[in-house]
Design a protein around this ligand. Structure first.
Ligand code: ADP
Ligand code: MG
Length: 698
């Protein structure tokens, strides 16, 4: 077996299953090894029926004590049975599993695992998982990996595939080359790569998991930092190939706007202007809290480029956001007669529409291109591309940023080989110390102040016992004409998790709130076109409550939405929660954010209280750093920041700093890439550069 082998070399994986894996980004054996669990499942100790708690997950060892009865509930078929232990009886209910009748024999002993609810005097376990005593014993005490899945793929299949690779590799020696020299591993107390990979998938205990995670996160940071280092070296003061002149258009646009720029915005605009009209190419990060008004700065920079006869492009991480930017800028263009010819380029255009867009871009018929990752596809050739802007940079990898800035080079006639001005915008407040490390190749402008007249969002942190009251509150707001966001951490129900999920929560809201409320759901498994349709409908006020996962986290602007209700808030990082909260408080009405702490833990409450007391993103990020402890390592991950797969810049901040030190040590020798001990490391960097491999963090 080789790393580059297609996973169809594994037993049990045919073309059909391989296609499912491909959807999850896994095609080769190496990608399977790097397909890390999103969580771990540990089977509970056995509970007595008399001691069960309402609304909790439990394992009960019981004897089937009644026959199976069946009934219909709408389109569902429900099978009911009963199990008993020495302390009492437990109702069992199964949905759409008619075959269960043939399986559950009176007198048989099983371990039942599932969520229990109090019903009348007793408890009901819904959809329990059945384990034979032998199966239960085998699983007890073990941490089982839980992988992200797609429809048709289940945990068992992924676990089996990974296990096969680990076992086969064990027989033929280590499969993966070690990229970290022994000296560094000893210094940093890190285990070998093979050990780390085996343990990240199948840890025997928490301690092993910590070791594995530490090693992999360090590696991720180090590779990332070495790449940044390379970019830094090549990005130093490039002469400005697209010098611009200040034009009347930007002044006219600013005069026309219904508001004045804040002092901070003005300063950033001055920075941008100085860069683009100056001697060197712009390479600038604009960091500003959610709602601080970065889009208008992007519009100004794009306008300057257009007025100077150049093309500008802006890339957003989601289609929803790209469409929104397109609409905003088209609105500006029409209202203020700006010299923009716009085109939108996203993945969900038809082939014909795409071809038309490519043509307009290549001939220079349009001068403002807005889109998603589609902007950096090979097929797109720009014409005099002088400015590239990446919005919500933390959602992209460094590699994508680099590809985007290289798009200005090469094929465009006349301007061949010129690096465009680069501006990246981010609403993720990254503490200064970390920003220096992570964005070391960029100049930084910060917008601290929010536009005047914004009402601060009112917050509350509550337990699940407040859910009813929260729903009442939603009802009141909706009756007043407002709209509501609800966020759940999961998309659908799953065996391994009690976390709230979008599908069931939407049903619950529909059942619990007035029937004329329009309640819809939105999540990452939907087609982009469907997501756009829902966002449009929500933006147009046709939907009252949008229940979604964090796909709406970035950038979306819906001024009439006044409530953000976040279920299982304890599962999100503070910076991420702050981003979510930024979706409300954008209009004239008072807005509210309700954080529901589903864990009941005091630590979680303490963390969430930080958000309760502050609306300042930078302060919150600093607190996130302070409040994390080693025990939190698996608790909360800020998803999607800079595309790290396993490392987390907040939780693993110390390690990031260590990796920075090591990186500087390595690169202090200019010829490091030729040195024996770094050969694997440098070859990985070269490979990822050439093939654009999406190595973690790149
Ligand atoms: P973000 O920085 O999160 O991307 P946006 O650019 O979406 O924020 O701006 C949020 C809202 O604030 C928009 O409706 C925008 O028109 C408005 N806005 C921007 N700058 C100002 C300002 N100086 N005064 C008042 N409103 C502003
Ligand atoms: Mg924005």
């Amino acid at each position: 077996m080789h790393l580059a082998d297609n996973i169809t070399v594994l037993k049990g994986i045919g073309d059909k299953t391989a296609a499912l894996f491909r959807r999850m980004g896994v095609e080769t054996v190496e990608e399977l090894l790097r397909f890390y669990p999103r969580d771990y499942d540990r089977i509970e100790e056995v509970s007595r029926i008399a001691g069960l708690q309402d609304n909790s997950r439990a394992v009960v060892r019981g004897t089937i004590c009644s026959g199976v009865s069946e009934r219909k509930a709408g389109r569902l078929s429900v099978s009911l049975s009963q199990a008993a232990d020495e302390t009492g009886k437990l109702q069992l209910s199964f949905f759409n599993m008619p075959y269960i009748k043939g399986m559950l024999k009176k007198g048989a002993v099983y371990y039942f695992r599932g969520k229990v609810h109090k019903r009348g005097n007793g408890f009901t376990m819904e959809q329990p998982l059945l384990l034979s005593p032998a199966e239960y014993e085998k699983q007890q005490g073990k941490l089982l990996p839980v992988y992200p899945l797609t429809n048709g793929l289940n945990q068992k299949a992924v676990r089996k595939a990974v296990l096969q690779v680990l076992e086969a590799a064990g027989e033929q020696g280590e499969l993966l080359p070690e990229i970290l020299p022994l000296r560094i591993r000893e210094e940093q107390k890190l285990c070998g790569v093979w050990e780390a990979l085996s343990k990240i998938h199948f840890p025997k205990c928490q301690e092993e998991l910590l070791q594995a995670k530490k090693r992999l996160a360090f590696e991720e940071f180090l590779v990332f930092l070495l790449l940044i280092q390379k970019m830094k070296a090549s990005a130093k003061a490039v002469p400005n190939a697209f010098p611009m002149l200040e034009t009347a258009d930007t002044g006219r646009f600013l005069e026309g706007l219904p508001f004045r720029l804040t002092k901070d915005q003005e300063q950033v605009w001055q920075d941008i202007l100085d860069d683009m009209t100056g001697a060197y190419t712009m390479n600038r990060l604009v960091q500003g809290d959610v709602g601080s008004g970065k889009t208008v700065l992007a519009a100004l920079a794009l306008l300057l480029a257009a007025a100077n006869g150049y093309q500008g492009a802006m890339m957003a991480p989601t289609e929803v956001l790209a469409v929104q930017h397109f609409q905003t800028l088209r609105g500006y263009a029409e209202k203020y007669h700006l010299p923009f010819q716009l085109v939108l380029l996203t993945g969900s255009l038809t082939a014909k529409e795409k071809r038309a867009a490519y043509e307009k871009i290549e001939t220079g018929a349009c001068n403002l291109i807005i889109g998603t990752h589609a902007l950096i596809q090979e097929k797109v050739n720009y014409h005099k591309l002088a400015l590239v802007i990446t919005d919500e940079q933390h959602r992209f990898g460094v590699r994508q940023r680099e590809t985007f800035s290289q798009k200005g080079m090469g094929k465009s006639e006349g301007e061949g080989g010129c690096i465009p001005h680069v501006m990246v915008m981010s609403a993720t407040p990254i503490p200064r110390t970390l920003a220096m490390i992570l964005y070391g190749d960029l100049h930084v402008s910060v917008i601290k102040q929010l536009p005047a007249g914004r009402q601060a969002v009112k917050n509350c942190v509550v337990g699940t016992d407040w859910r009813g009251r929260s729903w009442h509150f939603l009802e009141k707001e909706i009756k007043g004409g407002r709209q509501v966001f609800v966020i759940c951490p999961m998309i659908e129900a799953s065996e391994e998790s009690d976390l709230e999920n979008v599908e069931e929560y939407t049903q619950k809201l529909r059942a619990g709130l007035p029937a004329d409320f329009r309640i819809e759901m939105l999540h990452g498994k939907m087609k982009p076109a469907e997501k756009n349709r829902l966002m449009d409908a929500f933006g147009a006020g046709m939907i009252d409550i949008l229940v979604s996962t964090t796909v709406i986290e970035v950038g979306v602007n819906i001024p009439n939405a006044t409530v953000m209700l976040i279920e299982n808030a304890e599962r999100f990082g503070l910076a991420q929660l702050h981003q979510l909260r930024g979706r409300v408080g954008r209009g004239a009405h008072q807005s509210y954010c309700i954080f529901i702490n589903g864990s009941g833990s005091d630590r979680a409450k303490e963390r969430l209280e930080v958000l309760n007391h502050s609306n300042d993103g930078f302060y919150i990020a600093e607190q996130d750093l302070k409040l994390r402890g080693p025990g939190d390592m698996f608790g909360v991950r800020q998803s999607g920041i800079l595309n790290f797969r396993i490392a987390d810049i907040y939780q693993d901040a110390d390690m990031l700093m260590q990796a920075d030190k090591v990186c500087r040590g390595i690169t202090s020798d200019e010829a490091w890439e030729e040195k024996e001990e770094y050969l694997q490391l440098s070859s990985l960097l070269k490979r990822s550069g050439r093939n654009n491999i999406d190595f973690p963090g790149i």
